[in-house]
Every structure is written in C-alpha cells, then in structure tokens.
Design a protein around this ligand. Structure first.
Ligand code: GUN
Length: 279
C-alpha cells in the first residue's frame, strides 16, 4: 500500500511559514498586498477566488478584491491592470482565468508587470524558468515539487513522466523537474502506447482532466504518483485523473483527491505574494 502524500498538512506548514514571515514584515511596518481580479460569474472561478482570499486572511496578506461584470471590455480590464501595476501598495496581481470570450487572455497576462505576476504566467517569467533564471513559478507545479521534496522523494536522475502539456501545469512542471535533475518525458494525447511509457516512470505526474484515467497498468511498482485532476466520477463525487484505489496498491507514494495537489496551489500563491513584497 502506497504512502499517502498529505497535501493538506504540507500546504498548512507552508502557509504557517508565510504567516510568520508576513508578521515579521508587519512588525517592521511593511504590509503584503495581493490584488485579486475576477471577471464574470464562472462558478468554479468564484470558489477558487474565495479560497485564495481565505488563505490571504489566514496568512495576514491584505487582499484587494476587484469583481467586474461579465460584459467588461478588454480595454477596461487592461486599464485596471495598468492602475494596479502603478500602485506602490500592491505587491501581487492575480487575474483569475478563464476570462469572458471578448477578452484576449494573452494580452491580459502580458499586461501584468512581471514583478507582480504571482501566477508566473507572464512570458518574461515563463522565459526565466526555461533558462534557469529567477522569476515567479506557476503555483501548481511549484507546489508539486514541494510535495515531492517534503515527502523525501528524490528526483535526481529519476525518470519523471508528465502527462499533459498545458502552459499552467504540464510545461512548467517538466521544466521544474528538469531543474531537479530528473530525466523528463512529456506525454500528451498524441503519445503512442501511453500505458507502457508511464510504466517506466519513477515519478508520474498526471494532469489530463479525465476522471480515473490512469489505472494500475500505467504504474511501476513503487513509483510516486501525483494526481493534478479535479474531476467528478460516475456518481458525481470529486475524484482525480488517477484510479486511486487500484493505483495505491502498486505505487510507493500517491496524492489523494481532494487533499493532495489542490491545497498546494494556494499555499504557493501565498509564498509568491510574500516573495513579491520582499524582492
Ligand atoms: N484558473 C485555473 N487555475 C488558475 C491559476 O492557477 N491562476 C489563475 N489566475 N487562474 C486560474
């Protein structure tokens, strides 16, 4: 039976560290501020934004909330971002994605000042990650590296397979694993014989968005399996991209859903906000 990687506990430890550092800054008269921008009424986005604000309250980070109507124009949103870029009292800017269709997401991401881009989505930060320079790293893959490190899973020289090639998870994940000296393969919907490839992985990161897609036949005995999925099973119950019951019999370590990767994303956002204020 695999060791269960407790993302709730690890994320809570990270938030406690941030809370302490924020308090120390406050004692020196400095506050840490995150501007959270939500456009429209996407129900999932509303939940994510609420959770981010709750984490700000917990860690002592001041959050400024900008909730704009669904019909907001691109120009209006860009104007707000410009204001926030110029404000000395705003350390980090987060624009919750997806945006309504009349707004070009790339344009919005590129408008955020790279040194306030706590999501790590700006091309400048993406480029910095790819050439090993300092910059903001996307929160979900950064959180996964913390899960592995804090669970004592060595990445050096190991074969890591990442299923999924999104800009938010798959691609930055592969670069971060490479930075840890893993040998990295990125797999995706066009990959041939996915189960056989995955079975060669010492570390398997699954970010495809299909409920219980990865079954026991994908997993090598003793491998570490990280499930980024947030799906619903046939009964409407929250589950991941990995068939947890079957895979946990074979893996050496595994993240549950919920309580694995999910809480880490927000903890790393808090860490990025702190970094935005001190650097
Ligand atoms: N939508 C889904 N994930 C994310 C994220 O990590 N950041 C933002 N801003 N929007 C998202």
């Amino acid at each position: 039976m695999a060791k269960i990687i407790d993302g709730k506990k690890i994320s809570s430890d990270i938030k406690d560290d941030v809370k302490e550092a924020v308090k120390a800054l406050q004692e020196k008269g400095q506050t840490v501020t995150l501007a959270v921008v939500l456009v429209g009424d996407n129900p999932a986005s509303k939940v994510y934004v609420r959770n981010k604000k709750t984490a700000c309250e917990y860690t002592g980070i001041r959050s400024l909330s900008f909730e704009l109507p669904e019909e907001t124009t691109e120009e209006e949103l860009l104007r707000l971002i410009d204001d926030l870029n110029k404000r000395a009292d705003v350390d980090g800017i987060l624009v919750q994605l997806p945006l309504p269709e009349q707004i070009n997401e790339d344009k919005v991401i590129e408008a955020i000042a790279p040194d306030k881009d706590v999501d790590g989505f700006h091309p400048m930060n993406v480029g910095a990650l790819s050439i090993g320079k300092k910059g903001f790293v996307p929160c979900t893959p950064a959180g996964i590296i913390q899960l592995l490190k804090r669970s004592g899973i060595d990445m050096d020289g190991k074969h890591a397979v990442v299923i999924g090639r999104s800009n938010i998870v798959g691609k930055p994940m592969a670069l971060l694993l490479l930075r840890e000296n893993a040998t990295v393969t990125i797999a995706h919907s066009h990959t041939k014989d996915l189960p056989a490839l995955c079975k060669t992985a010492d570390i398997l990161i699954v970010a495809i968005g299909r409920a219980k897609f990865v079954t026991a036949e994908y997993v090598k005995e003793g491998a570490a399996v990280i499930d980024v999925g947030m799906d619903r099973d046939e009964n409407g119950k929250l589950c991941g991209d990995v068939d947890f019951d079957a895979v946990s019999e074979i893996a050496g370590a595994i993240t549950p859903v919920p309580g694995g990767v999910g809480p880490m994303t927000i903890a790393m956002l808090m860490k990025n906000c702190l970094a935005a204020a001190v650097e």
